[in-house]
Design a protein around this ligand. Structure first.
Ligand code: THU
Length: 140
């Protein structure tokens, strides 16, 4: 180490720990109609971890995606910005968020939100290009 440079390198983000939160939430999903339980988890910029699972309904179209629960957890817990996000299927494998949920994530994480994608970690801007967002309401 160069003398005078005593700062430890920042630890890499622990994606595996975040995936464990998502799997845990997935294990409590309520998905009796699709048989497709989903879990989602995210890190917040204040260090919190938030999570959610899908919650279906006898009126099929009313189903809540796992990301809906995650966003509710975020806001009810004091808000903040999402920095890292992961989602999983029943096998615990990475699942890409549906289109509507990418929009939900955009609102609370923006273009820089890091998403645990099946082909590697990618910023949300790549997964929701030319997104409509909060600034469109104020800048036009
Ligand atoms: N689902 C999610 O929870 N999140 C997604 O991003 C994709 C889809 C849920 C909705 C429904 O309960 C089940 O997966 C099958 O579509």
């Amino acid at each position: 180490m160069t003398p005078g440079h005593h700062q430890a390198a920042e630890a890499p983000f622990d994606w595996e720990a975040l995936r464990k939160y998502a799997r845990d939430a997935m294990s409590r999903a309520y998905a009796p109609y699709s048989g497709f339980p989903v879990g989602a988890a995210a890190r917040v910029d204040d260090g919190r971890t938030v999570s959610g699972c899908n919650v279906e309904n006898a009126a099929y179209g009313v189903a809540l995606c796992a990301e809906c629960g995650l966003v509710s957890d975020l806001v009810a817990g004091g808000g903040g910005r999402l920095t890292h996000f992961t989602c999983c299927d029943r096998a615990g494998n990475i699942l890409m968020p549906c289109g509507r949920c990418r929009q939900l994530l955009w609102e609370h994480g923006g273009p820089a939100l890091l998403v645990d994608a099946t082909d590697g970690v990618r910023p949300l801007a790549e997964l929701l290009p030319d997104a409509f967002g909060p600034t469109d309401l104020t800048e036009r």
